[in-house]
Structure formats: C-alpha cells, structure tokens
Design a binder for this molecule. Structure first.
Ligand code: ADP
Length: 497
C-alpha cells in the first residue's frame, strides 16, 4: 500500500441509512468509512430521493446557481446537498426533484414496474457526480462505480481523457449483481451523450442484443473491474448461467476481475449491543439467545417452550434467492418439524404461496412482507438457522450477519456463500450447512441434516462458537480495495478511439 492519501469518488444509487433495497446500500456506507482507515479521502455521491428529508437527517443544501443538465432536446435542473457525520466520509446528494422525488428507488411501488425514466435518473447520477467534483474543485484519483446505475461514469471519465480531463484518475467498476444490466431502447443513446451513438453497433461497447446496456458500457470503458467475492468472480466469467450474457465481455478483460468479499458493519450487527433485539448476548452468554427466540416466536404467534428449530429468511423474493427450490419442499421442512419465518418482498407469486402456507400452518410458518429493519435484527438473533438456497449469490450479507448471532446458515455453495460458510462436516471449522446442486432434494437433505445436528446440543454449540468467532469486519476487505486502487493507478488508462 502506498502512503499517499487517495481521493476516492464513490458512486452509489443507495446508501444506508438514507436509501436501501439490498446489500449495495450497506456496502456503500460501510466500505467508504472503512477506507478512511486506509488513508483514503472518500466522497460518496448518491441521489436524494424524495423520502430522504433534509431536516430529518441534517442534510445541508449547497448554495450556488441551480445547474442544468441537458439530455438532447431537454434540460433538467439539478443541484447538490451535503451530509457529514463526524469525521466519516462526506455524502453528496444530487438534488433533482423531477427525477428523484418518488416513493421508490428503482421500482414504482404502485405499478411494481421499473420507473420508465430510469435512464435519465442514472445518467443524471453519473454525470452530476463528475460535475460535483468540478464544482468543488476536487479531482479524484479513483472513481469507484457500483453496478449498472453508476457504470456510465466510467464512460464519461474515459471520454473526458480525450479532452485531457482527469488524465491521472482511474475508474473501478464493482459488480454487485451482474443479472441487472440497465437495459434501454436506442432512444437512450443521445441522452447519454452526443458521442454515444458511435459506440452502438452489433457487438459494440454500448450494444447488447439491440438494446443499450449500461453495465456493459461500464465494463467496456472502465480501467478495472471487481466483484464481491472470489467465487463469483470466477462464476460470472464461466457461463451464461452466471454471467447473464456478459461473460464474454468479462473474459475479454482477461485477468482484470478481482473478487473481494464484503464485510458487515459489526457495530450495527453486534449481538452484544444490538438495541433491536430482546436480549443481548455474546459467545459466553449464548444461553441468552433463547430469549430472542421466545420474543420472536411470540411476535410471530408461535408457541414457545418446545424445542422445534426456528429457521429464518430475510430476502428479496426474487428468483436469485432460491425460492423455486425451497417452495416445493416447504411442507416436508415443516414436518421435520421446523418453524420458518420469512421477511421480504418481491415476486407476487412467491409472496402469495408463502402467505397461503402461513394461513394453513399459522403455528409453523410466518410471513412478513415489506422492509422491516427492526424485525430483521430479531430474526438474526432469535432464529436457530438461516436459510439461503440461492441460485447465485454475488456475496450475500445475511449469512455473515447470521453467523455473528450464532444462527447457523444453510446455504448453497455459490458465490460469496461458498467463500464464507464452512460445512459442518468439518469438525474443526464448520460454521453452517452447505449443498451444491441447485435442486429441492439437495436442499431438503441439508435442512434434515441441520435439524439432526440441532438436537445434538454439544455439536450445535461447537458450530455456533466457530460461526461467532469469524472475522467479518470491513477492515480486511477495505485494505484489499485500497491495494486494488493502488494497482489501478499504476496501470495505463483505458482509451477507446
Ligand atoms: P441482496 O443485495 O442480493 O438483496 P444481500 O444479502 O447482499 O442481498 O443484502 C441484503 C440486505 O438487505 C441485508 O442487509 C438484509 O438484511 C436486508 N434486507 C433484505 N430484505 C429486507 C427486508 N424485507 N427487511 C429488512 N431488511 C432486508
């Protein structure tokens, strides 16, 4: 690691506690904070969505002339505001009510469809972030883009090099989930820039089966690519099944993709201090975990006092998360016996089937839809096991949070799950229960095995001890990002004609 203090512009479409749909939000708050400890001056840029209120959070509007961003044929007013929490990284919000003053982040909660102007919304974010730096006269060394929503910043920085703008800066694009591309019709091209159409031809950097693809554009123009676990880095290059059509673009980049596992915020996810749970506990007072199980069961309307294992799930209800292999064996799992709690929302079909099960077996299965931060903590603390039978999982945070709370994960060995959970068959290191084949019978066998071990109390306790002793702090991962930034700066910039 070099001694130089690096300036990092960190772009993200969601940052906790302001906006969140999933793991990206957690990472966008925790990684910049941890990077400060590795000699980085990080500025986060994100939209101020309508539900983020200035007064509530102490966000300060920055004065100065209202700016306008032109999108070929129309121009939209925008501005900046700023949030500073102690000596943590500064968060710069992009103010643009016409694009961001909505109740949803990507999806309209009323229609359940994507906002139809998501191209404008995220072109604005990438371009305004660069303008923000110029406005502040602050030249970054690294522009760290995250997922399709901010991938185009790599395009703008590369194009800027032709005008000698930021010649020494380098871009890094981190893939948090390659299944989401940001696909738009060709009318989007001219909204990106006057030059964008020249990169749109069959197989060209902006083209993907006749559509404009923001993530592909980012992958083509960025100086370096990373993703959120070493296994996912291999998987997304290996086949269409994992690469979602971008595997060839990734392979063309050769060895350029680094996999760095995410950390979790161990201040927020700490069973010793967690204010959201019924009883705090540590590895030495693990018996107090039972108080959380009782509280959770009571809240869900389950009986308490019997010794039926409780399996938790907190998840977007999307195909990625393995509901298609879980639902067919739900009945068998309940009969083991086991109880299940689901918190999450998404695909209406999954929500409907789960709610039907809950109606039929109210003492065995509970379903809560919507986003509930408090309940998510109690589920982590009060469950015995946490189920993640993911079809693919770039990193996954919940398995790490679960382990910290002595809640043993049941996972499919894919992506970050493969990199963080050790199967119980390893007596010295086991931290959970793993299976490989993406099939219902493989999942059911593994849940059966977990329930069997659950009733062998000393073995269960040993696994809980291993799980709770893991180090999932951000510090190690942040150091790897810092090293990656240093490597990026040593590389020649990527320049397309
Ligand atoms: P992904 O980003 O694919 O959704 P991750 O495991 O990386 O999955 O991160 C999900 C994050 O979102 C975790 O912090 C999880 O606890 C949280 N989360 C997901 N759904 C809900 C919900 N309905 N209520 C509260 N927290 C949720």
């Amino acid at each position: 690691m070099s001694d130089r203090r690096l300036r990092v512009l960190f772009l993200s479409s969601e940052v906790t506690p302001f906006s969140k749909t999933g793991g990206l939000s957690d990472i966008s708050a925790a990684l910049p904070r941890a990077l400060s400890g590795w000699n980085c001056d990080v500025r986060i840029v994100t939209p101020r969505y309508g539900f983020i209120h200035h007064d509530h959070h102490g966000i300060v509007r920055l004065n100065g002339p209202l700016r306008r961003m032109s999108f070929r044929g129309q121009s939209l007013p925008f501005g900046f505001s700023r949030f500073q929490d102690g000596d943590g990284p500064t968060i710069h919000f992009i103010e643009c009510d016409s694009l961001y003053d909505r109740p949803g982040i990507y999806v309209d909660p009323f229609t359940r469809g994507d906002y139809i102007d998501n191209d404008y919304r995220f072109i604005m974010l990438s371009r305004a972030a660069i303008e923000m730096c110029e406005h502040e006269d602050w030249t970054p060394d690294i522009i760290h883009c995250n997922d399709w929503q901010t991938a185009l910043a790599a395009f703008y920085v590369e194009r800027g090099r032709h005008r000698n703008q930021w010649p020494h800066a380098r871009t890094l694009l981190t893939i948090h989930n390659i299944a989401y591309h940001g696909l738009f019709g060709t009318e989007t091209l001219e909204r990106i820039s006057d030059e964008a159409p020249k990169f749109f031809y069959m197989g060209g950097p902006l083209e993907f089966y006749g559509h404009v693809n923001f993530l592909k554009a980012g992958l083509e123009f960025t100086d370096a690519v990373s993703t959120v676990s070493p296994t996912y880095a291999r998987e997304i290059r290996s086949s269409y099944e994992y690469g979602y059509g971008l595997e060839t673009v990734l392979r063309a980049r050769g060895e350029d993709i680094t996999g760095i596992i995410n950390g979790i915020d161990t201040d927020i996810w700490n069973p010793e201090t967690d204010p959201h749970i019924a009883a705090t506990f540590t590895i030495d007072t693990l018996e107090r975990k039972a108080l959380n199980k009782s509280a959770l069961c009571t809240q869900m309307g389950f009986a308490i006092g019997d010794d039926i294992p409780l399996i938790g799930s907190i998840s977007r209800m999307a195909i990625q998360k393995g509901f298609e292999i879980l639902l067919p064996v739900l009945h068998e799992i309940l009969e083991l016996p086991a109880r299940l709690i689901f918190l999450g929302s998404g695909d209406p079909h999954y929500e409907h089937v789960l709610k039907e099960f809950a109606r039929m077996f109210p003492d065995r299965i509970a379903v809560r839809t919507g986003f509930d931060e408090n309940l998510s903590h109690l589920i982590e603390a009060g469950s015995d096991m946490f189920i993640m039978p993911s079809k693919y999982e770039p990193c996954g945070l919940n398995q790490m949070m679960s382990m910290r709370y002595g809640t043993l994960p049941i996972v499919r060995t894919t992506g970050g799950l493969a990199d963080t959970v050790v199967d119980a068959s390893d007596p010295d290191r086991g931290t959970g229960f793993c299976f490989t084949d993406y099939r219902s019978d493989a999942l059911l066998d593994t849940v059966r095995r977990a329930v069997r071990v659950y009733h062998e109390k000393p073995a269960w306790k040993r696994l809980q001890h291993h799980a709770m002793s893991q180090d999932f702090t951000w510090s190690v991962s942040a150091r790897k990002y810092r090293d990656l930034y240093d490597q990026c700066l040593l590389k020649p910039p990527r320049v397309l004609p």
